[in-house]
Structures are given as C-alpha cells and as structure tokens.
Design a protein around this ligand. Structure first.
Ligand code: ARG
Length: 585
C-alpha cells in the first residue's frame, strides 16, 4: 500500500468512527484501487460490508461516512455510486505536489524501512570442484536482486555464499588426484576448473566401483577433518582453483558476495549433535544419529529420520545447515534469514528447520524464509543442456549472450548507417547481453520453470532487458535532442498535469514505493519487472501523445520533468534488479 492509500485509509477510518462511534475503530474501510479509471482512483467498499451489522441501506451508510470524511486536501469531493461504493478521485494539485516532492529526492519517494534489521541472504552457493550450473545462476541473480532491494531499504544485509567446500567429495577427489596427478595437490594453478570437473567425475566413478578406493577416500576425509597438513594444503588448492572460476562469473554479473562455506561451520558440528541429544531429540538408527520428523515418511509409510551424524561419525548437509542457522542467529544476530535455492531443496529446508524449531533454536523475532525457484528449461521444454547433452557452462552461456547482442548491434548499426567505436560496441554488448540474461530470469515468477531463449531475451520488443534499457535511452535522447540538462530545469520548474496520458504516467510513477515494499515482503522480483515494464509502456503512450520539446511553457518544462522522473525511476528500478542502463545504444 502506498503512502496515499495509507492516508486515505486512515481518514476513512476516522470518518467511520465519527459517523458510527468508537465501536468502529477497527473496521477495515476496504479501500481498493478503482477497477475502472473512469470512476476515479480508489473505491471504498465498507458501506456494503456494514449494511447488515448496522441494519441500514449501504447507500445511507456511505452518505454518513462521506459527510464526515475530510479528504479535501487529497481528493475531489467523493461520489457514491451503485449500491454504495465510495469513489475517490485524486486531485490534480495533490498529484502534482507529490511529483514535485519526489523530483528532489534521490530515493524517488521510497522511504527507508521503519525498522531496519540484520538480514542474511544466502545465495549462489555453488560447490567446490564442481561447475556452477544454471541453478546456481538463478540463485545468484535472484539472491543479488533481493539483497539489493533490502540494502536500498536500509537493512543491514549480509550476503553469504554458502559454498559446498567440505565433505566426502574431497576425500574422493584428493585420493584420486594423489594417484593420477599428484602435482595438482601441491602446486597452485596446476588444474583448471574444467580439468577439475573431469577429475571429479572420474573420481566418482572409481569411488562407486572400487571398495579399496572408497576406504582410502574415507580416511582422507578423516584426515581432512583432523587437519592433516598435506590434505589441508591440497584441499586449499582445490578451493582456490574453484574460487577463481566462480569469481569470473561474479565479475561478469557484477555480484558481491562473502564466502562463508560449509567448512566454516566444521568446528560447530559436534555441538549441534550434542545439543540435540541434550534436548532429547536424537535417536540411534543403525548406528546413525537421527531426529525423527513429523509429516515426513519414507516409501513404506514409516516416519522419516533426519540423519545428523552418520554411522561413521561424519556429518552432512543438514547438520551443517543447523550449525549455520545457529551461528547466523547467535553471532550474526540476523532477524531474517533468506535462502535462495531451487525448489528441489524444499524438503531439506523444511526438515532441518523443523529440527531447529523443535530444539527451540529459532527465537520468535527471527524469520527464516526459503525462497525457492523453478528449473531453467531449454527451448524444447526439457532441462537446459548443450546440444550434446552436457550441462551448460555458465561462462559459455554468458559469453554467448554477449556475442549475440554484439551481432545484433552490429547489424543494427549497419542498417542505420551508424559508425561507433569498438569501445562503444563492447560496452553495449556487455551491458545488454548480461542484463538480458538477468532480466529474463527476474521477470518470471521465480516459482515457475522458465525457458531459456536467447532470441526472446535479446529481443528489443516485449518484457526484456533490451526493451527496458532502450526506454531509458529514449528519455536520454530527449535531453540530447533538446540540449537539456535534466538536473537543471530551474528551481521553479513545476509539474503540471493536463492530458490523460500524463495522469496515467504520473500515478504510476508514484507507485514505486508500494512495489518495492511488496518485493521486500514477498521476495518476488518479477513484480518490480512488471512495474518497470508498465512504466515504459505508460511513458511511450505519453510520449506519443504529448509533444515535449515542441510544447509551450510551462507545459514544456513539466513534460521534461516527467521524462526525467521516468528516466530516474527506470534507472533506480533497473539498478535494484542488478541491471545497468546506457545513455545510448
Ligand atoms: N551448495 C548447495 C547446492 O549447490 C546450495 C547451498 C544453499 N544454502 C544452504 N544454506 N543450504 O545445491
């Protein structure tokens, strides 16, 4: 709900009390956006809902409320319509004043949160020695956007990369490398991530097929956990190698993250199990320590245990998440912890969170939110793969988006007979290519699967990054064409609204605040994308209908200000999505 709606709601509530007495203090005035702009901007439906209780005709109730309703500073005189709707129409002068107020505000009217708090966003979180895949790409893009929005709202945000850097996979990999390529374990940069992934695959095959190998690998894990120097050194090298590769992707995507991998919690794992035991939650099951879960059963319909310590003494993914959760609550003092992973992990989250709740580890004022997302599909509707059926390397994927953008751009330049420098072309291709990938992801409701299509995401038409960036470029074109400095339109410059398309645009501009509040709550970035897409659409309609540079004062300056506000809203909104704008493209 935006500031105007809040004010109106308050005034309606006051009018209700004034008309019917203190019993009506808590009654919801049922204020909604008008279904048809012909009837105004908002509609209060409270008269209908009170009819029975008051034993009065809704229209009579509506009149009584309207009589006491003092909104002359915001709205035109209210009208009662149909069976008893109260229609409210914002005053032009009110809208103009609102716009004139936000124009001087670098936050464009979006306040910081009333209660800023510590928020953790756990996102990206790839696994060492494995390649980052499209699932991690989604997590990275969505998590970064959520973090940006929370930061903008003034929260203290900790961006955590919970990398998979611990566990049996290292025993396996190190054992294998000792055999086939020992230099990799002692010399930095002896491996590139591609080799590492191949070795990992081979190691896994050996592990699955060879019992003696399995045993050595297990011992290697024990050595790692006990801190044996050579193993630790080898582990470090492997992590370093992966980290470099991940960083290339983060740099391409302009992502900031703090790495705090699973290994960080290693020393807390025994304490997790001990405390669960003290709480009486642990049962032994075939040598493993388990917590039985409510609402989860295995195929045979028997209750499903969550293993917190395996029979060989090792810990697992869930134990680590329990340790991380406690650390984040106790040490980081987080009030909200947001986990961004594919929805395939939903069970993992509800299971370890159930255990944490049973153990009373989650204080009432701490919110834990799993933000799940769907799969990335190929254009054939199946899981996204290369033509040969391999998983797609993220670097290749991003490179391809950039090179396709470059090809499109070069063709367009040729068509338009434009000459641009290599630097210009590179910059546009990079910004647009990367933005297209991000926007394609963010503009979908994250809970659904989405089809990865270069053609769609790179199109200049539709709800795409190129279209959005182009809308911004268009606004900047106006300032170039008219030789106008948007930042210096004069101290007395004022917005005056005349045409319908101006009103529509103006009202939309004033809703940024509301949209950002919504995304902060429900963590659905696609709402912000929709808002920005509608904004460009409303801007285009305004621009087609209302001459800007050719109109007379004071309309000319007013329209320039609308262009500038649109541009700044686009820029801010896209920035919150992690997308840069261009002055020209
Ligand atoms: N490394 C995991 C994976 O690749 C994601 C970790 C998500 N974060 C967490 N705290 N479990 O699937």
């Amino acid at each position: 709900m935006n500031a105007t709606q809040e004010q109106l709601k308050l005034k309606l509530a006051q009018a209700l009390v004034a008309a019917f007495g203190a019993d009506y203090t808590e009654v919801d005035p049922i204020l909604v956006t008008a279904s048809n702009p012909k009837f105004g901007d908002f509609q209060a439906n409270v008269a209908l809902s009170l009819s029975k209780k008051l034993g009065m005709q809704p229209r009579a109730i509506a009149s009584a409320i309207v009589e006491k309703l003092d909104i002359s500073d915001i709205c035109e005189p209210p009208e009662i319509a149909g069976p008893g709707f109260i229609n409210l129409k914002l005053q032009t002068s009110y809208l103009e004043a609102q716009l004139n107020a936000i124009k001087a505000d670098s936050r464009l009217g979006v306040p910081t949160a009333k209660n800023p708090q510590k928020e953790i966003v756990d996102f990206s979180s790839p696994n060492i020695a494995k390649e980052m895949h499209v699932g991690h790409l989604r997590s990275t893009i969505i998590g970064d956007c959520i973090a940006r929005i929370l930061e903008f709202r003034g929260h203290d945000v900790l961006r955590l990369n919970h990398v998979g850097d611990w566990g049996t996979q290292f025993g396996m990999l190190i054992t294998y490398l000792r055999e086939v390529y020992p230099e990799a374990l002692t010399t930095a940069n002896a491996l590139d991530i591609g080799d590492l992934v191949t070795f990992y695959r081979q190691a896994k095959q050996r592990f699955d097929a060879d019992e003696a190998f399995q045993e050595t690998a297990r011992q290697e894990v024990v050595r790692l956990q006990a801190g044996a120097e050579d193993t630790l050194h080898a582990w470090n090298l492997l992590c370093e190698q992966s980290r470099k590769e991940f960083q290339i992707i983060y740099d391409l995507l302009d992502i900031k993250l703090n790495e705090r991998g699973e290994s960080f919690y290693n020393s807390f794992l025994p304490g997790v199990v001990e405390d669960l035991e003290t709480a009486g939650l642990v049962e032994e099951n075939q040598g493993a320590k388990c917590v039985f879960l409510d609402g989860f059963t295995n195929r045979e319909g028997e209750p499903l245990p969550l293993i917190v310590q395996k029979s060989d003494g090792g810990y697992n993914y869930a134990t680590t998440d329990l340790a991380a959760l406690r650390y984040r609550i106790q040490e980081d003092q987080a009030k909200r912890i947001i986990y961004v992973t594919d929805e395939g992990q939903a069970n993992h989250f509800s299971q370890f969170l159930q255990v944490a709740k049973k153990a009373n580890w989650i204080p009432d004022d701490v919110k834990i939110v799993h933000v799940p997302f769907g799969l990335v599909l190929g254009e054939d509707g199946k899981k996204f793969k290369t033509r040969s059926g391999d998983t797609v390397r993220l670097r290749d994927l991003l490179d391809e988006a950039v090179s396709r953008t470059r090809a499109d751009l070069e063709a367009r330049l040729k068509e338009e007979g434009r000459e641009e420098t290599e630097e210009f072309i590179n910059n546009v291709a990079n910004v647009v290519g990367i933005s297209a990938v991000k926007y394609a992801d963010l503009s979908q409701n994250r809970t659904s699967n989405y089809v990865f299509s270069y053609d769609k995401m790179l199109s200049l038409k539709g709800n795409t990054a190129p279209y959005m960036i182009y809308a911004y470029v268009r606004t900047q074109g106006i300032s170039r064409e008219g030789n106008i400095d948007f930042a210096n339109l004069g101290d007395n410059a004022k917005i005056v609204l005349r045409e319908d398309t101006e009103f529509t645009l103006a009202k939309h501009l004033l809703q940024l605040d509301e949209v950002i509040g919504e995304v902060e709550q429900d963590l659905l970035p696609n709402r912000l994308c929709d808002y920005l897409y509608n904004l460009s659409d409303k801007f285009n309609k305004f621009y087609e209908n209302c001459p800007v540079l050719k109109s007379e004062e004071p309309v000319r300056t007013s329209r320039l200000m609308l262009c500038d506000l649109t541009a700044r809203t686009l820029k801010l909104g896209l920035d919150l999505l992690g997308i840069k704008v261009l002055e020209r493209m």
